[in-house]
Ligand binder design. Structure first.
Ligand code: ATP
Ligand code: SF4
Ligand code: MG
Length: 331
């Protein structure tokens, strides 16, 4: 299947004072195919939400974005007017947010929000919009959808609100769903149900799912491909097997080592130290201050993403290589 979403060289930065750039995302390139789940994983502050926001062209007003290419199914999004972008958002891309109640408007019924979303993008009669709303609630496994249409968000549980959030993202039948930590605010049982629902919907409709999470256990269950973000940069990317069985970057290995042994809902342990704020004039490895394997060269030499196996890239001067002792490649 062809590429559904493609981003080349995305950077997002803030200027806390004139002339001083702080990068939230730096030179990120990603692609997702139809029917594929791409998981973006990283610690808090690594740039996951800014990356998702840039895909939707929804970023804080003080953010500056620079991107070589951003397209959906061949349609270039950079350069579109706000009105043209509105037509793309919701129709070709749907977004599922972390906090399901905050994503819904408390002043309107569920039916109102679903029907208005449909009519604002697709037009048509109220009756058709209502049918679409019911169909969308059915798709996300909500029973008695006709009755739910009359309810307000505060009358629903967190899990049901998230199902409605997914129904809202799906109603116009987008090609891509971007889900930013869609289960973080939910209890463990509801988390599992929502993840199963997203996987089912993706398989049935063949859409591309961009799933953003800090939790590698979710990645191991859901991902076809994985991008590991650190300090706004991709430090490793590959298919699920490459990341979980042959990870090449010390940061990915540290993340894997910090997965709690029991699945009792705890978050990932943090790795000692904190991520640096990225400025452009430091091309050396951003992970060096926390890396157990750092060598002198790591502080002085530029480090780029390099291929360590087919479609498996790592940003490390001394990556782990499958079936080889640790050390500079080839040594
Ligand atoms: N409006 C803003 N102004 C200045 N800096 C910001 C703003 N929004 C985000 N940032 C910075 O951008 C960086 C990336 O933030 P982002 O929200 O993408 O992280 P994240 O990976 O989604 O984290 P989390 O897991 O906590 O949601 C952070 O360092 C953050 O402080
Ligand atoms: S480049 Fe050096 S410091 Fe950075 S991850 Fe690789 S070994 Fe560690
Ligand atoms: Mg975030």
């Amino acid at each position: 299947m062809g590429a559904c979403l493609r981003i080349d060289n995305l950077s997002v930065w803030f200027e806390p004072s004139p002339g001083q750039r702080q990068y939230a995302v730096r030179n990120v390139s990603l692609a997702a195919d139809h029917g594929e789940t791409l998981c973006i994983v990283g610690e808090s502050g690594s740039g996951k939400t800014m990356t998702a926001g840039a895909m939707m062209r929804l970023l804080p007003h003080n953010a500056t974005v620079e991107v070589g290419r951003l397209d959906i199914g061949g349609q270039e999004l950079m350069g579109l007017s706000e009105r043209e972008l509105c037509a793309v958002r919701g129709v070709r891309m749907g977004m599922v947010f972390q906090n399901p109640t905050a994503a819904l408007n408390p002043a309107f019924t569920i039916g109102n929000q679903l029907e208005e979303t449909w009519r604002s993008h697709r037009g048509g009669s109220r009756r058709e919009a209502r049918e679409r709303a019911i169909d969308s609630l059915n798709k996300v496994g909500i029973s008695a959808p006709e009755q739910r249409l009359a309810q307000y968000p505060h009358q629903l549980s967190g899990g049901l609100c998230q199902r409605v959030g997914i129904a809202l993202a799906l109603i116009c039948e987008p090609e891509i769903i971007i889900a930013d930590e869609p289960t973080t605010a939910l209890d463990v049982t509801t988390q599992a149900q929502i993840l199963r629902l997203l996987a089912d919907l993706q398989q049935k409709s063949g859409l591309a799912l961009i799933l953003i999470t800090h939790d590698l256990r979710i990645v191991s269950r859901m991902a076809d491909r994985v991008a590991v973000l650190y300090a706004g940069q991709i430090v490793e990317t590959g298919d699920r097997k490459a990341i979980f069985s042959n990870s090449a970057h010390p940061y990915t290995r540290a993340l894997l080592d910090s997965i709690p042994a029991s699945s009792n809902g705890r978050h990932l342990e943090t790795i000692a130290g904190t991520a640096p704020v990225l400025s452009y004039d430091d091309p050396a490895c951003a992970f060096r201050a926390r890396c157990k394997f750092a060598q002198e060269a790591c502080a002085s030499q530029p480090v780029e993403l390099q291929e360590v196996a087919d479609r498996h890239l790592a940003r490390c001067l001394f990556p782990f290589v499958a079936n080889a002792a640790r050390g500079p490649r080839g040594e």
